[in-house]
Write a protein that binds this ligand. Structure first.
Ligand code: N7H
Length: 476
């Protein structure tokens, strides 16, 4: 039984978002923080609340479609608020969180950045990542505010700042940094900045997703929520931890003109009968990602895009690389989608142990003409990556370090050629930056990448507690 009124809405449903502000804060007065947090709790949207909001949005859309003559004013002021805390927050307010029992969470992401292979200077204890300054400071928590437009979100942020008296005489928290994400305009709204459809494949959760589409096996709720069947540490959890989930945030900049330029320059290495230059570039890009820009998976439609398939949720996630275990004619081992969710490449229970629910949003403007012309990024843009899981060490961290950064995954002895790095998020030495399999006609051909196209510039590990956990323990 999943208690939808006790779980924060972003976790299982995703807060409806055209725009989203991540408000990173420090606690400056623990006692007042607890007091003020009690005022915030009624604003938090649970999974149950999000269900109601989504229905409201759907009813509105139906009304506009079937009765355009009514000229309804836009549906506004649908805001969503969630909160998550880092280990430092629990220390600060004096709550024993040892049974959360996740070393990545306890150490924090700053200390983890060297293992994630983020660029930086120094080594070991002196390592400092090339991150934005705010993320090198202690961060105690993040308040997530989503909405239909900037005024809705800004108003809600202001309301929250009033609750914590942020700009007043007795503030309980201070702002470390706030970052705004926006979905891309028009038809691109569901696409990330390289142009690929995002948010296609997320695990269906048993007991929550009633009618899962064909695709990877649904996961037990405990892979995402603490204290449920499938949570490896279920027996240890304290009652206030149940129904919570770990939130990983990564501030990822994308070098879009540079990526486009690379794909275009390298497309000459894909010589196939009947492919013009543009088609060769599209094919190469699809082989780096594992899906076409439309979202169609190349494991199903390897050599031509198929937008119909992409749009059909009954088909667009129904593949498992099963036709080509140990080969990569249809889909390269290194491609981002195969690397982050290897499906039949490894045993089913191993896949299930490392699944995450992704909830990111884009940030930054569209590529300008000047950037396109000069093939150089001049404005920061990318992905505010966010994902939920019941273990960071088994979830995000495992995928990043053991799969995407691992040139020999799936394991070397089972594949004829060395797979290479995940071209999208894989990090390693300059010599590691290459992959095999980009050429379907000669899978052993290797393609060397330029410098990173996805550049991590900050992040933190958080715990998103249940409503009861917030009320009974954290704000008590
Ligand atoms: Fe990825 N991209 O545009 O290339 N991702 N991702 N990701 N990603 C996915 O299925 C992208 C990042 C996963 O179940 C798609 O929704 C970009 C991180 C996982 O088949 C596309 C960035 C991590 C999946 C992208 C980025 C992951 C996935 C296909 C950074 C975790 C599901 C659309 C800027 C460590 C795989 C879809 C599955 C899919 C892109 C980051 C993980 C297009 C640009 C940091 C698990």
């Amino acid at each position: 039984e999943i208690d939808l009124g006790n779980i924060q809405g972003d976790i299982l449903s995703g807060l409806p978002k055209k725009t989203e502000t991540f408000y990173f804060f420090q606690i400056i007065h623990p006692v007042h923080f607890k007091r003020d947090l009690r005022q915030l709790i009624p604003l938090i949207k649970t999974v149950a609340d999000v269900g109601k909001d989504r229905k409201k949005i759907q009813d509105y859309k139906d009304r506009v479609k079937h009765h355009p003559e009514e000229n309804l004013p836009p549906l506004i002021h649908l805001a969503g608020v969630n909160i998550a805390l880092s280990h430092l927050a629990f220390e600060e307010i004096g709550i024993d969180d040892s049974k959360l029992d996740d070393p990545a969470f306890t150490n924090g992401q700053l200390k983890d950045s060297e293992s994630l292979k983020d660029k930086g200077t120094g080594t070991g204890p002196t390592f400092v990542p090339d991150w934005e300054e705010p993320f090198k400071k202690p961060i105690h928590g993040v308040i997530i505010v989503t909405g239909d437009c900037h005024p809705t979100v800004d108003k809600t942020v202001q309301q929250i700042e009033n609750i914590f008296d942020v700009n007043g005489s007795s503030p309980s928290i201070s702002l470390v940094t706030s970052i705004r994400g926006d979905v891309r305009p028009g038809d691109l709204s569901a696409h990330e900045h390289f142009g690929y459809l995002d948010g296609v494949s997320n695990p269906a959760v048993i007991g929550f997703d009633k009618d899962p589409a064909p695709g990877p096996k649904p996961v037990p709720a405990g892979k995402i929520l603490l204290g449920h069947d499938g949570d490896a540490n279920r027996d240890k959890r304290e009652p206030w931890m149940v129904d919570g989930s770990f939130l990983v945030f990564r501030y990822l900049f994308q070098k879009v003109p540079e990526f486009d330029d690379f794909v275009e320059r390298s497309s000459g290495r894909l010589v196939r009968p009947g492919l013009d230059k543009k088609e060769a570039a599209d094919l190469l890009g699809a082989r780096l990602v594992g899906r076409w820009k439309s979202g169609a998976p190349i494991d199903i439609t390897p050599f031509h895009d198929n937008p119909h398939l992409a749009e059909n949720p009954q088909r667009n996630n129904d593949f498992s690389f099963s036709a080509e275990i140990n080969v990569q004619k249809l889909c390269p081992f290194a491609s981002h989608v195969r690397r982050t969710m290897p499906r039949d490449d490894i045993p089913e229970d191993q896949v299930e142990a490392h699944r995450i629910l992704r909830r990111g949003i884009q940030f930054g403007p569209e590529v300008t003409k000047q950037e396109k012309r000069t093939k150089t990024t001049m404005h920061g843009r990318g992905l505010l990556f966010a994902c939920y899981q019941s273990s960071i060490s088994d979830g995000f961290r495992f995928i990043q370090t053991r799969w995407s950064n691992n040139v020999r995954f799936p394991p070397g002895e089972t594949t004829p050629e060395t797979p290479g790095l995940d071209p999208i998020i894989g990090q390693g030495t300059p010599a590691d930056r290459k992959m095999s399999g980009f050429n379907p006609d000669k899978p052993s051909d290797e393609l060397a990448f330029d410098d990173l196209w996805v550049v991590p510039r900050g992040g933190e590990y958080f715990f998103s507690p249940s409503i009861e956990g917030l009320k009974d323990i954290i704000a008590a």
